[in-house]
Design a protein around this ligand. Structure first.
Ligand code: NDP
Length: 477
């Protein structure tokens, strides 16, 4: 049999992706550095479809119909380069290598360029949804050439998740590293969403006086409204889970040190390079880092500050509604920042990313899937040149409605000493954008004072410098 697609790298992700292709009727060639994984897949799941197991790169490449489509799902970084080096000499012009790993988009750009010289399409592809998604339908973010998408698109559409309206959660994101870039920002937004949910939980607990089980109920109720999303849903599940060993809430027996694999950090690093203020995502990454500084936290435990006092039951119910408003408003800001970064990356690297289409393919399959994304899609579809999500009338109106409660929640957090860096960063971003004047004018004055860095004036054109060390006259620079 000649296979329509091949998957190399058969750990959890690759194996489930291969099964997903097979279940959708494609003949799938299989390859893994350690052949036992290949044999295990066929033994366990061989009846799910047509698999062509192979044990060498030569055999794998020979098993594929032409032009060849190879998906590699190996550890990101050097292993990906090693696997490419192994396959590339065996391939011909027009063949396609899809890298579904979590590569840094700059590596993808380099690989795409190197392989393009050989006539090979390198398709860096973001895949979100974890193990389950890979099997049942992920959100897929392919970059690479438009020509490669003509060939791969129909297959990817088959294996992708479907959004609620039936549309497959895959689109050609843009050339070279565009897919991995967008996947990176997806993960950054995921960090921010998780942090905001965490802050809402902590406030409901410390200020609202609710138990994890009660908070699970609150999240379940929120999940029937505008916050309807996978992350809210699983948050309720985690909060209502009871530890079997101790009988205590699971969330109270888990060590409170959050780990990270790095895509959130990349999102912030890139934002710094592109000059895009993604303060919500940055706070989420820093919050995870802070949680891990156990010695520092232990040494700081006696620092002065209030001990949170829980509200009475009537006030607590009203407070929960306010937290919902704060969470929703902060979430709008996170997505505003994330989409700004995608727009900036798209402009920098010439990808022409369709922001509405990105919102659309995140509606299903991925970790941040949410009803909310339909609204973002609608906002960009109505106005593709929307300068910011906050410029959308509906989002602006919702924030207008939420802002009193958002501020009240932050007042309570501040007075009671409950950290809420995500909520606070989001509100500061919002207020900074609204501000008529920012203290950046003072910053310019300081820069001019100590470094003669010059400034512009509000009342006339030109570049100016004040002779700070002399008679303070102003000169044109
Ligand atoms: P791992 O990241 O754990 O990678 C294991 C696979 O890589 C195995 O097939 C292994 O082969 C292969 N491999 C490692 N080093 C080499 C090498 N030098 N040469 C050849 N093959 C090598 O597997 P996952 O399935 O978790 O993830 C695969 C990719 O998908 C990663 O890039 C990951 O970041 C990404 N991803 C993962 C998600 C998840 O939820 N896990 C979600 C989305 C993307 P061997 O069996 O021989 O050791």
């Amino acid at each position: 049999t000649s296979a329509q697609i091949g998957v190399s790298g058969l750990a959890v992700m690759g194996r489930n992706l291969a099964r997903n292709f097979a279940r959708n009727g494609y003949a799938v060639a299989l390859h893994n550095r350690t052949p036992s994984r290949t044999r295990e897949l066929v033994e366990e799941f061989g009846q799910e479809g047509t698999f062509v197991p192979t044990e060498s790169a030569e055999e794998f490449v020979a098993a594929l119909e032409r032009p060849r489509r190879l998906v590699i799902m190996v550890k990101a970084g050097d292993p990906t380069d090693a696997v490419i080096r192994e396959f590339a000499p065996l391939l011909e012009s027009g063949d396609m290598i899809v890298d579904g790993g979590n590569a840094h988009f700059s590596d993808t750009r380099r690989r795409e360029q190197e392989l393009r010289e050989q006539g090979i399409h390198f398709v860096g592809t973001g895949i979100s949804g974890g193990e389950e998604g890979a099997l049942r339908g992920p959100s897929i973010m392919p970059g690479g050439s438009a020509e490669s998408y003509d060939s791969l698109g129909p297959m990817l559409e088959k294996i992708a998740a479907d959004a609620a309206d039936g549309a497959p959660c895959v689109t050609h994101v843009g050339a070279d590293g565009a897919g991995h870039f967008v996947k990176m920002v997806h993960n950054g937004i995921e960090y921010a969403d998780m942090q905001l949910i965490g802050e809402a939980y902590q406030l409901l607990r410390d200020v609202g006086g609710r138990s994890p089980e009660e908070i699970a109920g609150i999240f379940r109720a929120w999940n029937t409204g505008r916050l309807d999303s996978y992350l809210i849903e699983i948050t309720a599940e985690v909060l209502s889970h009871v530890d079997a060993a101790t009988g205590r809430p699971f969330v109270d027996v888990v060590a409170d040190q959050a780990e990270q694999k790095g895509t959130g950090r990349w999102t912030v690093q890139l934002a710094l390079e592109l000059g895009v203020p993604v303060s919500g995502i940055a706070e989420a990454v820093f919050a995870r880092s802070l949680s891990g500084h156990t010695a520092l936290r232990r040494a700081s435990r006696d620092l002065a500050g209030p001990v949170p006092q829980a509200l009475g039951p009537t006030e607590a119910a009203a407070f929960a509604d306010k937290v919902e408003q704060a969470l929703y408003a902060s979430k709008i800001v996170s997505y505003t920042q994330g989409f700004h970064e995608i727009a900036a990356g798209s402009a920098e690297y010439g990808w022409d990313v369709d922001l509405g289409a990105i919102a659309a393919i995140w509606r299903g399959g991925c970790i941040i899937r949410a009803a909310f994304l339909d609204r973002i899609r609608a906002a960009y579809d109505a106005r593709p040149d929307l300068p910011s999500l906050l410029a959308d009338e509906e989002f602006a109106a919702e924030i207008a409605e939420a802002q009193d409660d958002w501020r009240a929640v932050l007042v309570a957090a501040t007075e009671q000493g409950v950290p809420a860096p995500g909520f606070a960063a989001a509100l500061s971003y919002y207020d900074a954008l609204r501000a008529e004047r920012l203290p950046a004018s003072l910053t310019q004055g300081q820069r001019d004072y100590f470094g003669a860095h010059t400034y512009h004036r509000t009342d006339r054109e030109g570049t100016y410098h004040t002779l700070w060390g002399g008679d303070r006259t102003e000169v044109q620079a």
